[in-house]
Structure formats: structure tokens, C-alpha cells
Design a protein around this ligand. Sequence first.
Ligand SMILES: [Zn+2]
Length: 178
Amino acid sequence: MSKRGSYAVRISGLGEGDHIFSFELDRQFFALFEQSDICNGKVLATVTLEKKPGVLALHFSLEGEVEVMCDRCLENFMTGVSSTQSIFVKVGEIHGEVDEDVLIIGKDEHEIDVGQYLYEFIVLALPYQRIHPDDANGNSLCNPEMLKKLDAHRVKEQKRNEKTDPRWDALKGIIEKN
Ligand SMILES: [Zn+2]
């Protein structure tokens, strides 16, 4: 069984009603996802399996914080995540996802691996721009040393780009003449 198997929800042999599963998502969990923006975190995930005649649904509730890289100073910092999502589970022929919130499983399946869902919901809950917050005095918590280094690097890059290629100048001359 893969390591992701530890993030499975058992669906067979359960009576009607709500069944609650809890998962603690930490470094070990985020290490399962390659090329992830998140390398560490502490998130408590509660998955409620709702089972009643004709309905099988998974309700996710995620709360905690994850470590991401700051877009401005490139240092890691912890940012809070909070999310609630639901998916419906249907038993059928096609295996996999058809709709974003519908999962189709084979009738012989006894459990659902929710690891991928948990990960995706956390990524969706992240802010689009990930930047260190300000402290109580309104000062940025970005690493000032890193910002200085990055600024120096940017100036260098800009200077390099400003030196124009003589072939472009020649071409510009031709275009302007016409
Ligand atoms: Zn920063």
C-alpha cells in the first residue's frame, strides 16, 4: 500500500449516518506531493462521511497553517489556511473524477483515498499572493537582508537589459523609416 494509504476513508461496512475521520497533516503528508509549494505545515483535517439512502458524500473541514515561500523576500513563512469543501461519491462504471465535486468509484472499493483532495483543498485555500504579513506596527515582516540582496540583484539585471542589442537598433531604424 502506498504511503498515501494512511489518508484513506473506509466506506464499506458502515451504517447510515455521519462518520467522522480526522487527519493531522504535517511535513510527512506534504512530502508525498512532489514539486509542492508547501514543504511543511500543521493542518487538522476532519472528513465527515455522510451516508444515507442514495447519497454518499464527503465533507471536508481544514484548519491550520502551512509553510510557503514569500513572493517578495523568498523566505519561508507560516500562513493560515481554513477551508470547507464537499464532494459527492457515486458508485459506477467510470473510475475517477467526472465533475469537480463528484467522484465515481467502483462497487468493489472499500475505501477512498482522500490525500489528494486534502492537498488540493489546502492549495486552493492559499492566498494568490503569498507575502509576509505586517507586524502590529505596520512594518513588513519580510527579511530586510534578503530584500536588500534581491534589490541589488534586480538593479544589476536591469542594467544588463538596458544595454540594447545593436541589431535591434538597426532594425528599429528600418521600421521607423517606413
Ligand atoms: Zn517576505
